[in-house]
Design a protein around this ligand. Structure first.
Ligand code: MLC
Ligand code: AMP
Length: 503
């Protein structure tokens, strides 16, 4: 029996294992042989710490080569990888650790004191440290382990990762992704986007979400190709490295920020094979400005944590601005009435998907899982869309109350709960308004009981409660929040009234 996902990657590794898997901005590189050696040592370490097949390994570190290797080592060890945004506060991490009950938690050296205490409180038996340049004890311990490791057998249906997504109500949900989900999507994308071993992807996305972790990394591994691995997005750094790349993947903010750079020219990217955008809507305006500047059309695709990638504009053929293209091979996609579930042939409805890419359910939430699936196995995405006469899919909005800022999801319900808990607040409404750089910006409209409360005090109270990207960019005060005849806060009206806030 093989390890479904890692055996698949192995089968695609180049014959010459000395070939780079990662190239670093400093000029160094990590070969496929290094990948095997270092993940072998880490996997041996995990097993020596008592990690058993199916156990969770939670990780909250900065983006680094070693952090990426921890993902692959966890897969080899048969564990379930659980990445956490480094921006999450201690309070947020407490929930994830408590819910997922990992056997091992890897965190940043500077967070050691607080996290050790937290790990003890929630009963996580092992805590080890990893900094962006390899600081901490994790790598020292791994260096003492043998590099040879027999990959733990895992089947298609076994879990490879849990990624938490917030919800429209209440608690965050852990999306359970299987070896089969990740393997099938990696192979589909490799074929559909024509990756070959000659490709060099410029990687500037975070590696704790589907986009940077699975879409980018797994497609490269499925092709035995290479990536230039940057610590974060910086438009000038991308311009420096684009000459050595063949493919770039990013959220729309990457593209609008690149377009704002004079150095981003047609000549700079004339050798590039593919630009992919996803995670948030790419405006038709940015799509067109990009084509005008470079002569190339961005390929927009549509996915989500629960489903990996669902749809993509064609590789050959027209990439339509504002559309996310066609369902990917093997993915069934339909539009239904959100209330009745009836099929809608012509018009806007909720997008539902089914296929080998679709997750197994939410971790320890059978009721929530059942709610989000139809009896015939289709997953209800909560995105609204329609399909035109040529079969192109368009996303028209969201049935779920969700804000996407710079590719990060923010659920208003979570922010509202944090604001409502501040003494002196009567109630709040959190909405997304148009923002040129981030697509949408989070703002809060509040009704205060205490006249001494002001914006600074509200933001101060939230600063250690919520990750920075969830915190409102501004707080507006109203004597009373507008309600409809049913008594529901009129968020649509608030969005319209504040549509021009950021120009
Ligand atoms: C950073 N900040 C953000 C933010 N990113 N605030 C709101 N939304 C964001 N996305 C905060 C910073 O902490 C900082 O706070 C301030 O905003 C300004 O930061 P910046 O320097 O301008 O931002 P930067 O660090 O350059 O980051 C912007 C970004 C980054 C767009 C490059 O957010 C990013 O890499 N986003 C990618 C997200 C992603 O990978 N999503 C995929 C999800 S998977 P302060 O306090 O200093 O002002 C998924 C499925 C799918 O959705 O289909 O792919
Ligand atoms: P996440 O839960 O972080 O995986 O985010 C998934 C959500 O991002 C989807 O449900 C969509 O709302 C949104 N999304 C992803 N890709 C696109 C896209 N190309 N256009 C519009 N929305 C997108």
């Amino acid at each position: 029996m093989s390890n479904h996902l890692f055996s698949f990657f192995r089968s695609r590794f180049p014959a010459d294992l000395g070939k780079p898997f990662l190239m670093l901005p400093s000029g160094g590189s990590l070969s496929y042989a290094d990948l095997i050696d270092r993940t072998g040592r880490l996997a041996n370490l995990f097993c020596s710490l008592g990690v058993k097949p199916g156990d969770r390994i939670a990780v909250q570190t900065e983006k680094s080569v070693d952090a990426l290797l921890v993902y692959l080592a966890a897969v080899r060890a048969g564990a379930v990888y659980l990445p956490l945004n480094p921006a999450y506060t201690v309070g947020e991490v407490r929930y994830f650790l408590g819910d997922a009950a990992p056997v091992l938690f890897i965190c940043r050296p500077e967070d050691e004191d607080g996290m050790r205490q937290l790990a003890q409180q929630v009963g996580v038996p092992n805590l080890h440290l990893l900094g962006p340049s390899g600081e901490g004890d994790l790598l020292t311990l791994a260096a003492g382990q043998p590099s040879g490791f027999e990959d733990v057998p895992r089947e298609e249906e076994d879990l490879a990762a849990i990624l938490y997504t917030s919800g429209t109500t209440g608690r965050s949900k852990g999306a359970m992704l299987t070896h089969g989900n990740l393997q099938s999507n990696a192979e589909t994308l490799r074929k559909y986007w024509r990756f070959t071993s000659e490709d060099r992807l410029l990687h500037a996305l975070p590696i704790f979400h589907t986009h940077g972790l699975f879409v980018a990394t797994n497609s490269i591994l499925a092709a035995g190709a290479s990536m230039t691995f940057l610590p974060r997005f910086d438009a000038k750094e991308l311009i420096r490295h684009l000459p050595n790349a063949t493919v770039l993947m990013g959220v729309p903010t990457f593209y609008s920020r690149l377009l704002a750079e004079e150095g981003f020219t047609r000549e700079l990217v004339s050798h590039m094979r593919l630009f992919v955008s996803g995670s948030a809507p790419l405006s038709a305006e940015t799509h067109k400005a990009f084509s005008a500047r470079t002569g190339q059309a961005i390929l927009e695709r549509y996915g989500m944590t629960e489903t990996n990638m669902n749809a993509s504009n064609p590789y050959d053929g027209e990439r339509v601005p504002g559309s996310v293209g066609f369902p990917l091979p093997g993915v069934e996609l339909r539009i239904t009435d959100p209330e009745s579930g009836a099929l809608i042939d012509d018009g806007i409805g909720v997008i539902e998907v089914r296929g080998p890419n679709v997750f197994k359910g939410y971790w320890q939430m059978p009721e929530k899982t059942a709610e989000d699936f139809r009896a015939d196995g289709f997953f209800i995405t909560g995105d609204l869309g329609h399909i035109d006469e040529r079969g192109y899919i368009f996303i028209d909005g969201r049935a779920k109350d969700l804000i996407i800022s710079g590719g990060f999801n923010v659920y208003p319900a979570e922010v509202e709960a944090a604001i409502d808990a501040i003494p002196g607040i009567a109630e709040s409404a959190v909405i997304g308004v148009p923002h040129a750089d981030m697509g949408e910006a989070v703002i809060a409209v509040v009704q205060a009981r205490d006249p001494a409360l002001d914006e600074t005090k509200v933001l101060q109270a939230l600063s250690d409660q919520l990750a920075r990207y969830k915190q409102p960019r501004c707080v507006l005060f109203m004597p009373e929040l507008p309600r409809n005849s049913m008594g529901k806060i009129q968020k649509k009206l608030l969005r319209e009234e504040n549509a021009e806030l950021f120009g």
